[in-house]
Write a protein that binds this ligand. Structure first.
Ligand code: ADP
Ligand code: ZN
Ligand code: ZN
Length: 740
């Protein structure tokens, strides 16, 4: 239908600019379908043409008639964001105080931001009339390749892919024929053609019979599939959380709805994807950061079209379109990777998942062995329901945890005598041992004992880490990389490595247990797709008996034969300035401990520390994670830290420390906080210099969320208009989870 759209002639468009407002345009005079909110449009903007999303339509504009420009063209024939998703994004723009245009851009794969079509297109080739005549007369005689191509197209139009399959490389011949006007191509929507049959819809595979707790959890969640409910599925790794996710998903699919499953950056393992694929014969899209732009676009399209009934993805998948969303599941909900803490739009995918579920009136399941303290607080307050899985699905006994006092026990190269003896004992009994150290590389320090020189990073307030096997010195903060010197650059004396990283621990253990191979798991050895699988294979087959790893071992993997876990240094988390450090320490210890004794054998966990009497460690050992959380939450309440208050951080960086502080000082001077809103700072970041820039932050705190947000709404536009705002890089972080 072609006609004038005179119902709502003004379109309010969100554009990816830093300006916090919508832009008014006239609807185009001729338009096949009325332009509705959620559709992309191409518009003139200054001298550029930009692609934006229509947020609302209106009868008139504040702008004078002659200032109003018309939309150049719509890019979609239906909304790319449905009402629910558009509403969520609008809400997020308000909550995180970020321009809506940039929020929408963050929610779309690059291809769609640049104007790709909503549906998958393919390039299809056909003969022209002239080409048909040429083919009939056996042309072109001298070019057999071109003749083959004409022949291939003589009975059917074919996709570029099909031509590749039949003829191998054909592009050159194709170009020659097109130049002669004998063949032509067009982009056409990719329909599910007979060549691409949909997989047969088999019923879901049966899972194991659920234990009582799993059954209750599944039932509770599924009782309210038509309404919002937030459920905290709390159970250690191996307690059968994934099995509950699968059962809930099964019921959601049976209702004709779809499921969104969010996992941490590193938790998206082939095993997890495999379990969903095995169980369900429905379309599934997997979205994560390692995809190419094209892969991300196709995953998004599968979700959008409804072809994918399950979407499994990392952080930004919280914005995936799902036509009939039935449940959102957030696995390892405490994981820091759900918070985007780079760039302009800093959001928490976990928190947005809850908001999205609420707006869509569907349940959200937050799974973890160590729920975030905020989440536990929400349980206490009755906003979330706790569904405990206290037993391991396969084996019942929880591991025994004890401390090794590093001051009272001899230790060599970071390993205490009792730890080495325990490793020996467990390996002797046929088990595997996991040694955890949250520091990769060989040693954190390179030192000259003659003059006191320490290898520094020139771009950061940090030391360079020794990577011995690679013979490099590397900065773990900015990536600086230099050759490892043998002698002190200052005085020529031979240098010495001090302290331990995983590389050195592996060396020490290989020396102590020469016949028992070590497998190391950290970012230096797991760099490519497949590295992790290879390491997991060596561990599963028993070829590797000792496992040395960083944080990487705490995420989502199954080591059924590990009977001993040794945590080498728990002390970094005990004395941090960040009020969340104890929470993270407890999560790490519990998560690592959870790797022990998952098979038939009971597990043992040893934690090396110089502070065995520290109240945090004592409470963790005596009362477990939840007792620890209660103690730590009381401390936060006394200090009025979140969740007992709300925080926002304005962070900036500049070429000099003075410039970084100056902007925040001016920003603070502009503020006229009402009672109940406090500004703290500005102060240089704990590591002020990083990658050659100086970082600082200003905190805004209030016991009341509404108060904080009203203040930010009034204050930010003024901060933005400061001339110094253009001399630094700055961003607002609402609900920051790391304080520098
Ligand atoms: P989590 O997600 O909490 O780590 P999983 O769901 O992966 O736990 O369960 C751990 C292991 O136990 C898996 O191999 C799973 O197949 C198995 N499992 C889970 N639930 C049951 C059950 N009710 N009966 C038997 N095996 C189960
Ligand atoms: Zn020296
Ligand atoms: Zn550096």
């Amino acid at each position: 239908m072609t006609g004038k759209t005179d119902i709502a002639p003004i379109l309010r468009v969100a554009l990816a600019t830093p300006l916090r407002r919508l832009f008014d345009y006239r609807a185009p005079a001729e338009c096949a379908v009325p332009i509705a909110p959620g559709m992309r449009v191409r518009v003139p903007f200054g001298r550029q043409r930009l692609i934006g999303v229509v947020m609302e339509t209106a009868l008139r504009s504040e702008l004078p008639e002659d200032k109003l420009k018309a939309v150049i063209e719509p890019l979609d024939d239906r909304p790319i964001f449905d009402r629910a998703l558009l509403g969520l994004l609008d809400w997020a723009a308000g909550y995180y105080h970020h321009p809506i245009g940039e929020v929408l851009a963050a929610a779309l794969p690059k291809g769609l931001r640049l104007g790709a079509s909503l549906t998958a297109m393919e390039e299809r080739w056909r003969l022209t009339a002239a080409g048909r005549a040429a083919h009939a007369s056996g042309e072109p005689r001298r070019a057999p390749r071109q003749r083959q191509l004409l022949a291939a197209l003589s009975d059917a139009e074919l996709s570029a892919e099909a031509l590749e399959d039949r003829l191998g490389p054909w592009r050159e011949a194709g170009r020659a024929l097109r130049a002669r006007g004998w063949i032509a191509s067009a982009e056409k929507p990719l329909a599910p053609l007979p060549q691409h049959p949909l997989p047969p819809q088999r019923p879901p595979q049966a899972g194991p019979a659920l234990n009582e707790e799993q059954r209750q959890a599944t039932e509770r969640i599924c009782q309210s599939l038509e309404a919002f409910g937030a459920f905290v599925l709390q159970g250690v790794t191996g307690s059968g959380k994934t099995e509950v996710y699968l059962r809930v998903t099964e019921q959601v699919l049976a209702k004709g709805r779809s499921a969104l499953i969010l996992v941490p950056e590193i938790g998206l393992t082939p095993q997890l994807v495999g379990r969903f694929r095995e169980r369900f014969a429905v379309g599934m899209a997997v979205l994560h950061s390692a995809l190419t732009d094209q892969e991300r676009l196709s995953g998004w399209r599968e979700a959008f079209s409804g072809a994918a009934r399950i979407v499994l993805g990392t952080r930004s998948a919280v914005f995936a379109p799902l036509p009939r969303l039935g449940v959102i599941i957030v696995d390892e909900e405490h994981d820091a990777s759900f918070k985007q803490h780079e760039g302009g739009f800093r959001y928490s995918a976990r928190d947005l998942a809850v908001v999205r579920a609420q707006r869509a009136a569907v349940p959200v399941v937050l799974g973890s062995a160590t729920p975030a303290f905020e989440t536990l607080h929400n349980v206490e307050a009755g906003r979330y329901a706790r569904l405990p899985l206290t037993r391991r699905a396969v084996q019942a006994a929880a591991p025994r945890i004890s401390l090794i006092d590093l001051r009272a026990n001899a230790h060599h190269a970071g390993l205490s005598t009792p730890a080495v003896q325990a490793i020996e004992r467990h390996l002797g009994a046929g088990g595997q041992a996991l040694v955890f150290l949250n520091r990769r590389g060989y040693a954190p320090t390179l030192l000259c004992t003659a003059c006191g020189w320490i290898a520094p990073c020139t771009a950061c307030d940090a030391r360079l880490t020794v990577h011995l096997a690679a013979a490099r010195l590397r900065c773990h903060h900015c990536g600086a990389d230099a050759q490892l010197p043998e002698r002190c650059p200052q005085c020529g004396f031979p240098v010495k490595t001090v302290g331990q990283g995983t590389e050195r621990i592996e060396e020490t253990l290989s020396g102590l247990f020469p016949d028992l191979p070590c497998v190391r798991l950290d970012r230096d050895v797991v760099r490519h797709r497949g590295d992790m699988e290879e390491a997991m294979r060596r561990i599963a087959s028993g070829e590797g008996r000792i496992l040395v790893g960083t944080q990487m071992v705490t995420k989502g993997h199954d080591f059924p034969n590990v009977t001993l876990v040794v945590v080498l240094n728990a002390d970094q988390g005990l004395f941090s300035t960040d009020f969340r450090a104890p929470e993270r320490l407890a999560q790490t210890i519990v998560q690592v401990a959870g790797r022990a004794g998952r098979g038939e054998r009971p597990g043992e966990v040893l934690i090396q520390t110089e502070f065995p009497a520290h109240p945090l460690l004592a409470s963790l050992l005596a009362e477990g994670y939840e007792g620890f959380a209660r103690t730590a939450l009381r401390e936060r309440s006394d200090a009025s830290w979140p969740p007992f208050s709300r925080l926002a951080a304005v962070r900036d960086s500049a070429a000099t420390a003075e410039a970084a502080l100056a902007f925040l000082t001016e920003a603070r001077a502009l503020a006229d906080p009402p009672r109940g809103v406090r500004l703290l700072g500005p102060a240089p970041a704990a590591m002020a210099k990083r990658a050659g820039r100086y970082h600082a932050q200003l905190l805004v705190e209030s016991p009341e969320r509404a108060l904080l947000h009203r203040f930010l709404d009034a204050w930010l536009p003024r901060v933005e208009s400061l001339p110094s705002a253009r001399r630094v890089r700055w961003a607002l972080d609402v609900d920051p989870i790391e304080l520098f």
